[in-house]
Design a binder for this molecule. Structure first.
Ligand code: SME
Length: 137
């Protein structure tokens, strides 16, 4: 509704809204496919700064979602062998792809410091958020 904001400002506001209001969402950010390269690039986020501003397709939870086009819910990050740690406080992660015209163009990535916090309700809610995000890109 507020068209005076840039896309990145809107995306950052969504990150802030989610991180502020859902206590087990501790890092919230967007990754987008980086042009024609087989990699993801970090977009707007809130939470601890991360070194992982570029993630090759297939690498980590995010990189796997770039290839699978499917939600990835990780109840316990320590049980994942293909995982990129951003912070030692993180216990769980959820990544939901964003589709524009049926194409997986990026994702929302959420880290939690709470073990096994994500339910199917989080998946349905974040799928809805991602549909709304797709409509402003
Ligand atoms: N843990 C992610 C990397 C991104 S950070 O969580 C911000 C992964 O394994 O892909």
């Amino acid at each position: 509704a507020n068209s005076s904001l840039s896309k990145d400002e809107k995306l950052l506001n969504i990150c802030k809204l989610l991180e502020t209001n859902i206590e087990y969402y501790n890092w919230v950010g967007f990754y987008f496919k980086n042009g024609d390269k087989n990699e993801l690039k970090l977009g707007p986020y809130v939470g601890e700064p991360t070194d992982h501003t570029i993630i090759p397709f297939g690498k980590g939870i995010c990189g796997q979602v770039a290839v699978s086009n499917k939600n990835f819910v990780v109840p316990d990050v320590s049980a994942q062998d293909n995982y990129i740690a951003c912070s030692i406080t993180v216990k769980a992660e959820i990544v939901i792809p964003i589709f524009v015209n049926g194409e997986n163009i990026g994702q929302i990535d959420i880290d939690s410091n709470t073990p096994d916090p994500f339910t199917e309700a989080d998946e349905r809610f974040l799928e809805f958020v991602c549909q709304k995000v797709a409509s402003i890109l």
